[in-house]
Design a protein around this ligand. Sequence first.
Ligand code: TLP
Length: 345
Amino acid sequence: MYDRRVDLRSDTVTKPTPEMRRAMYEAEVGDDVYREDPTVNRLEEVGAARLGKEAGLFVTSGTQGNLIAILTHTQPGQEVILEQESHIYYYEVAGSALIGGVQLRPLQGKDGALDPAEVEASIRPDNIHYPDTGLIVLENTHNRAGGTIIPGENIEAIARIAARHNLPLHLDGARIFNAAIALGKPVVELARPFTSVMFCLSKGLGAPVGSLLVGPRDWIEKARKWRKRLGGGMRQAGILAAAGLVALEKMVDRLAEDHENARRLAEGLGNLPGLSVVPPQTNMVLVDVSATGFSAPTFVARLAQYGVLAVDMSPSKVRFVTHKDVDREDIEYALRAVEKLIKGD
Ligand code: TLP
């Protein structure tokens, strides 16, 4: 069979580090629904401060964090403006429509970025026929666009529009730290234009579970109630938060290594016949495989036979994600596997 398993499906597959496991074992805990878990309280404080927001809420997943953000910002019957390939629109099982009763208004982006003029034109004027616009959401880095970084000026322009229309602006910042590291900017700067931000501890940062929702203190209190309503009150969750603290303190700077590995992977793939590769900005490599004669699902299935795992994002596009549990040798192995697959060895 194959001599290695290289899992490039997602950075969600990362396993907790030994230091995280130790911190989890030793974590001081209490009942977090009573706000008595010191480790959760610390994580929420540290996470909020890191993003420059007043308060934080530890949530079970990125999906739950985004859902709570939408529920807390909007009323049923309102409309939420977002990008048409965004995670919330594409992958969150219509939770906000089902549970929040909101209508999603997807706009076409370019590399994940919305056109500010189009955002403004999509905000509903007062009219008996129209739903009220309740929220604007951006995603940075943008997953389906290939881990792209949304330019700061674009975000600022949309933030000005949101402010002019008195609308909250939420960021799905599942991988906001990847953007910050790639830009060499403090994450607080990237978070500043947003009313609220969700970011994940369980992706590139390597924690086993959890995300944080951060924003204004009174808003986070409302979000806390929504989390409870959704069954997300987790009791002795300090066991999990302890790993999250290690993720925030120790795992951010090393994301640069993942970006370097993504660049090497993209460069190697780009030299192979039939592959069209988008140069990566962070830890994702999007590859159009149609000229190989394989569909993306077939390409992924064949590649798995070499022990290399990736995901198909469309009939023609395959996504590879680098993370802390793949090293340079794994990348070279993956490249050899793709070469064999294409050359039919
Ligand atoms: N993304 C996952 C899958 O759900 C597709 C992945 O493998 O990339 N926002 C963004 C931008 C995300 O990429 C994800 C996860 C989430 C939110 C949801 O986070 P979780 O998986 O913790 O619910």
